[in-house]
Design a protein around this ligand. Structure first.
Ligand SMILES: [Mn+2]
Length: 266
């Protein structure tokens, strides 16, 4: 016998799979990449971080570009206009769960109390999405356009750039290198929600995985340093320094070059 909750989760997963038309993308970069951690609407930090990145360097993002911070809408605009290639994070996924509703609003349906209840019941509203929604000032067409852009983002990027050991840069929101990428459609939740850190001491995948999602001080707990630092594993690195959180061991945005692994923190 399935519980109501299990049925609801099943419907939710099915809906999500329909929304996720793009799983992963393959790029054929040959030079250098610069990958940015979880931005969460911290546009000023983003601009500061990439101000001096040379133009030949391809800039990528591990996702969670929206929610919680002050300038989500402007961050989407900036990322699009600067041709930064992002992957989806769990915050983009949560926003996308409202796509069908926003579509109806954009088509002229009134924002009734029932409608508001549906929006309010969503995970997105409870996780920083409410402010993002409000920032569109009832311009549902603009919100829809931005959500469709978020929908177009992949879950992971195989970049084509290799380090000295021949490991290819893989960019994803969570640690994902151990997964069979081709099965991304059945592993969506893992790609954006998984909080596991690399459990094998030795990397036995063909990838070097740059990811975010869980602020590094949460993983280090009492060993957390000030200022926050990325955590390097064999064949992967977590670069989420909790840019949007105002605490001594967070509040920083990190970007890392590949293959050199030199990093910048602002
Ligand atoms: Mn996340």
């Amino acid at each position: 016998m399935w519980s109501n909750r299990a049925v609801a989760e099943c419907i939710r997963i099915h809906l999500l799979e329909m929304l996720l038309t793009i799983k992963g993308i393959i790029m054929e970069l040959t030079d250098t990449a610069f990958i940015i951690g979880d931005i969460h609407g911290e546009l000023d930090k983003l601009k500061q971080l990439i101000a001096d990145i040379p133009s030949h360097v391809k800039i990528l993002s591990v996702g969670d570009i929206i929610d919680r911070g002050p300038k989500s809408r402007e961050t989407i605009d900036f990322i699009r206009s600067s041709s930064i290639q992002a992957v989806k994070g769990n915050h983009e996924i949560m926003a996308l769960e409202l796509l069908p509703l926003i579509q109806q609003l954009a088509e002229g349906q009134e924002l009734t109390k029932t409608f508001m209840c549906k929006l309010g019941a969503s995970d997105w509203f409870y996780n920083g999405g409410k402010d993002v929604f409000t920032s569109y000032n009832d311009d549902y067409q603009a919100l829809l356009t931005d959500l469709l852009y978020l929908q177009s983002l992949p879950l992971y990027i195989e970049t084509g750039i290799k380090d000295e050991e021949g490991l290819e840069l893989l960019v994803s929101h969570t640690w994902s290198a151990y997964k069979p990428l081709k099965q991304a459609s059945t592993l969506t939740f893992d790609f954006v929600w998984n909080r596991n850190q690399p459990y094998a001491k030795k990397n036995n995948t063909p990838y070097y995985n740059v990811f975010g999602h869980t602020p590094t001080d949460y993983i280090l707990r009492k060993k957390a340093t000030i200022p926050a630092e990325p955590i390097f594993y064999d064949g992967s690195v977590n670069i989420d320094l909790g840019a949007v959180y105002n605490t001594p061991t967070r509040g920083k945005l990190c970007g890392i070059y590949f293959p050199s692994l030199d990093y910048i923190i602002v």
